[in-house]
Design a protein around this ligand. Structure first.
Ligand code: HEM
Length: 141
């Protein structure tokens, strides 16, 4: 299946890896979620917690296509070799997905405090940073 997809893309002139383009959705949304969450604790900025929460939802929705594209690039460009950075990325993706889902289910952006859920936001930031770093390391060889 992987080679069929890349053969089709090559035939229409698209020769780049797929995953890097899609990573911007979860990466950007997680960064936005954390920034808006923190900003919501500033005076008169409480309403920004809702913006942060919406970033969490969109970030969560962006994970399946990003993972699929990452899987395709891994199979196509790196021959599906199990190396440390790939295993790390799979673990970080799992933690990120569970944490975002927990926020989506448990958070009430109308009533935010600097509590356990805010720490979950910070955890998503750390996971996203780890995914970006390990991805960059894979790409730069
Ligand atoms: C939410 C999940 C993920 C995020 C946010 C993410 C993010 C990233 C980022 C930022 C890069 C660097 C791209 C660049 O330098 O332009 C990257 C590269 C890469 N990632 Fe991920 N990643 C995720 C999940 C995965 C998974 C699950 C896999 C494999 C099964 C994977 C495989 C790769 C590979 C092979 C690269 C090297 C670049 C390429 O050829 O695509 N990623 N990732």
């Amino acid at each position: 299946m992987t080679e069929t997809i890349f053969a089709f893309l090559n035939s229409v002139g698209f020769t780049h890896p797929l995953h890097p383009a899609l990573t911007h959705i979860p990466m950007g949304m997680v960064m936005g979620a954390v920034v808006f969450r923190m900003a919501s604790f500033l005076p008169k900025m409480k309403h920004l917690a809702k913006t942060g929460y919406h970033c969490v939802i969109l970030g969560l929705l962006g994970i399946p296509p990003t993972v699929f594209a990452g899987y395709l690039d891994w199979q196509h460009t790196y021959r599906g070799e199990w190396e440390f950075l790939i295993i790390l990325k799979i673990i970080l993706t799992g933690i990120l997905t569970i944490t975002l889902a927990a926020i989506a289910i448990m958070d009430d952006p109308q009533d935010t405090r600097f509590d356990k859920l805010t720490l979950f936001y910070i955890l998503t930031f750390i996971m996203a940073a780890g995914l970006g770093f390990s991805g960059g390391e894979i790409q730069s060889g």
